[in-house]
Design a protein around this ligand. Structure first.
Ligand code: SF4
Ligand code: SF4
Length: 267
């Protein structure tokens, strides 16, 4: 069996977080109460989604200081370990988008990618749009339509409409755009990409060990960031890396590994 260490670890973390939310709602566990936008941890402090907090603030909602502190903790935490680690290690939508990616690989659909005239930078415009619409409407715009919240509500209170969200993302990622939702649309992923730029954990590529099998590029949800494969020894500097570790999992040549950020150019 191929190495799937990071994949297994990620699924354990994602499912554990869901179970803790579920336990908080159904069995009164005090570990994680709330949802992905704002959670009360051990009944002692809050953790809050910084993008949701920004939207609510611009929408004119008065938030408690604890929520701002909770958002700051999240920014500092992800800025340190890699902003988009939220995407691959925490967000429940990632389980669906990874599944869509797996179907595309198994059915060789990736080889027949449709050329869609949209750039991945569109997600940053959607990020800004979420804030503008929040100002105009007085509600946190993305939170209203976020599949992350829909999925969370579905898991806690019964699926119902959440199935539609799951199906739409699945079909979109399979038939319209490879890594379509997370790589082009989701403003939360875009937000974490921005803070990911200063994170200290980066994927390191060692050119001398690489045999150019390209398995990493095939499995990476943001394959444009692996432009150094076959060219140079360096770190993946792009904030769009989700620190999912799948490239490391599939590399049989130990050419990729997690490392601490290097400010000097690799030799
Ligand atoms: S891009 Fe958005 S939906 Fe996708 S994993 Fe990240 S936060 Fe979740
Ligand atoms: S470079 Fe590796 S760790 Fe980063 S997103 Fe791609 S597969 Fe995941």
């Amino acid at each position: 069996m191929k190495n799937a260490k990071f994949l297994i670890l990620r699924r354990i973390v994602q499912i554990l977080i869901l179970v803790l939310f579920f336990g908080g709602n159904y069995w009164g566990w005090k570990i994680l109460l709330g949802n992905y936008s704002s959670a009360y941890v051990f009944e002692s402090f809050y953790l809050a989604d910084p993008y949701a907090v920004i939207q609510m603030t611009f929408a004119g909602v008065i938030l408690a200081t604890d929520i701002y502190i909770g958002a700051l903790i999240i920014v500092l935490f992800y800025a340190l370990i890699g902003g988009r680690a939220f995407c691959s290690w925490v967000c429940p939508v990632n389980i669906i988008t990874d599944f869509a990616h797996w179907i595309r690989r198994k059915t060789k659909m990736n080889q027949a990618d449709i050329k869609v005239p949209v750039k991945r930078t569109i997600r940053y415009w959607i990020l800004a749009l979420g804030i503008i619409v929040s100002i105009l409407t007085g509600v946190a715009a993305f939170e209203f339509v976020s599949p992350i919240s829909i999925l969370h509500r579905g898991i806690i209170f019964g699926f119902g409409f959440a199935w539609t969200a799951v199906l739409l993302i699945l079909l979109f990622d399979i038939f319209v755009l490879r890594n379509g939702w997370c790589g082009y649309v989701c403003p939360l992923g875009a937000f974490y990409s921005i803070i990911n730029k200063i994170s200290i954990i980066k994927v390191q590529h060692t050119h001398d060990k690489c045999t150019l099998c390209m398995k990493c590029v095939a499995i990476c949800p943001e394959r444009q960031i692996l432009h150094m494969i076959g060219k140079e020894t360096t770190q993946v500097k792009s904030g769009e890396c989700t620190n999912c570790g799948r490239c490391i999992d599939v590399c049989d040549d130990n050419s990729l590994k997690f490392s601490i950020i290097k400010f000097k150019k690799n030799k």
